[in-house]
Write a protein that binds this ligand. Structure first.
Ligand SMILES: [Fe+2]
Ligand SMILES: [Fe+2]
Length: 278
């Protein structure tokens, strides 16, 4: 495609994003009230009370071993008080987005549940790094990892024909999958994923993390989360969890380790921790 066509193609995809990948209205409403400085925890409880299916899924998550509460959390009111606004928002996002990742993605050679297994492993890896390095909230890190490849869902639907060329290009030569996407489509799945996150009104840190997870050097200086997800993604690729075509010729930025405060010898124990948690 020539540059003009590439730009038109991108605009066409972006204009249809809300229909392609809608976020449940309850989650959109949670994000909206979380951005309103005048809202409080009771507003959140009232909102969730109207969506009992969501409440059931959030309570199941709140009672999982990860949170380690000694007594069962039985009501959404109790969950909101114990866990706070941000964690409930991250839980609502997690339970809504996870089912979207179960489908197979032919363009990326990912079988059914492949993207979910990969994304969940990157999410767990990001959370472990965040817990160790203590600079970003671990629950937030989990969501960043979970969403990093959301753009693949869109490109698998909209660019099936073009992916034949992307894959041929990767197979042919010394080029990473992300570079092949850029060469053929004019953009990569991180950029499209960031557009999805913008439509969903997610935080700018999350948007940037999704956008640059393959090019962390392009992120703003104060966003270490981009490097964290880049490393977690690399570890999970090395572990071979849910990798498809884009695991070929993976570009790893060694500087990310230093920026996060990790060394090469930390990689193996991190992989063991991810495996244990999965
Ligand atoms: Fe990716
Ligand atoms: Fe990935």
């Amino acid at each position: 495609m020539v540059d003009k066509d590439k730009e038109a193609f991108l605009n066409k995809i972006v204009s249809g994003l809300t229909d392609l990948l809608p976020l449940p209205t309850t989650v959109m409403a949670i994000i909206k009230i979380s951005k309103n400085p005048n809202s409080n925890l009771q507003d959140l409880v009232k909102l969730l009370d109207k969506d009992q299916a969501m409440v059931t899924r959030i309570l199941r998550l709140a009672n999982s071993s990860h949170y380690g509460f000694s007594k069962e959390i039985k009501t959404i009111n109790h969950a909101v008080v114990c866990l706070g606004f941000k964690t409930i928002q991250n839980m609502a996002l997690t339970v809504s987005v996870s089912p979207m990742f179960q489908q197979s993605l032919d363009s990326y050679l990912l079988e059914k549940e492949g993207l979910f297994k990969h994304s969940n492993a990157v999410a767990v890896g990001s959370r472990i790094i965040a817990q160790q390095q203590k600079y970003v909230d671990p629950d937030e890190s989990y969501v960043m990892g979970l969403l990093h490849d959301v753009g693949k869902l869109i490109l698998d639907q909209c660019a099936k024909e073009q992916f034949v060329d992307v894959i041929n290009l990767v197979k042919k030569g010394n080029i990473s999958f992300i570079e092949a996407e850029e060469q053929i489509l004019g953009f990569n799945h991180g950029e499209i994923g960031a557009k999805v996150a913008e439509k969903w009104n997610l935080s700018s840190e999350l948007v940037e993390t999704i956008r640059f997870h393959h090019n962390p050097e392009q992120a703003s200086e104060n966003n270490k989360s981009v490097h964290m997800v880049h490393i977690a993604n690399y570890l999970v690729e090395m572990m071979g969890i849910g990798i498809g075509y884009d695991g070929l010729n993976y570009d790893f930025n060694e500087k990310s380790l230093e920026l996060i405060g990790l060394r090469n010898e930390d990689m193996e124990p991190l992989m063991v921790s991810i495996m244990n948690e999965l």
